[in-house]
Ligand binder design. Sequence first.
Ligand code: GLU
Length: 277
Amino acid sequence: MRSELKKANRIVIKIGTSSITYKNGKINFKKIEQLSKILTDLKNSGKEIVLVSSGAIGAGMSKLGLKSKPVELREKQAVAAVGQGLLMQFYEKFFNEYNQTIAQLLLTEDVMTDHIKRRNVENTFFTLLDMGVIPIANENDSVSTDEITGSKIGDNDTLSSMVAILVKADLLIMLSDIDGLYESAPAINPNAKLISYVGRVNEDIYKIAGGADSLIGTGGMYTKIRAAENLMKNGIRTVIASGENINIIYSILEGEEIGTFFGTAETGAEEYVRAIQ
Ligand code: GLU
């Protein structure tokens, strides 16, 4: 089943803040450079690539010297406004080294629900891909609020699944500080096994992920599974893997058994969950 990933042509890669920053909150340029190089290389090999990158708030915090994430909405939005430009500046610098043109797309929830906006943004994505550009999407954190417009997506796991659907991707690779889905929490049970394949998302899978209660702040396993389930319904595959080593993208695309793979109905397998040792 994994071998079908070799054929994935249009790929959305989602990278979490923790994968492009150090524990002290400062930007990890090595990671951003590796990511820029690998995505350009994949693009050169003939694949179409879209990046969904978090890190606006992280970069803003680092620039402003903030030790902890602001709590108030207006502060978060201001910090994201400081950080988004910086984040793109870093990507621009490193992608430019490999002569790869990038573009920024800042999205809100209404883009998916409003027919005309959705058509527009789809056209933008497809035109950029036709132009050989790597689009980089993030939520428009500085303007999207629950309170005012009801237009907040809230986390980039969900955003990346929206983008994968918009661009009709073959595959979404979510890179974060989690290796994939474990049978039980590895922090509590060190012998917990990583689940290699999920053919159907049901209550049990959500239970393994810790349920909605585990949704603290942004991201977490719950939002990843919800995103993968949504994509499964749309015939799009998802791999959840660790962003510790960016080279993992190559191994995933080689079909290696890495992280957790969420297949689709077309995958042809019985609906089951398989654990690896
Ligand atoms: N959009 C947020 C940022 O750029 C991140 C949201 C998330 O990581 O889920 O900081």
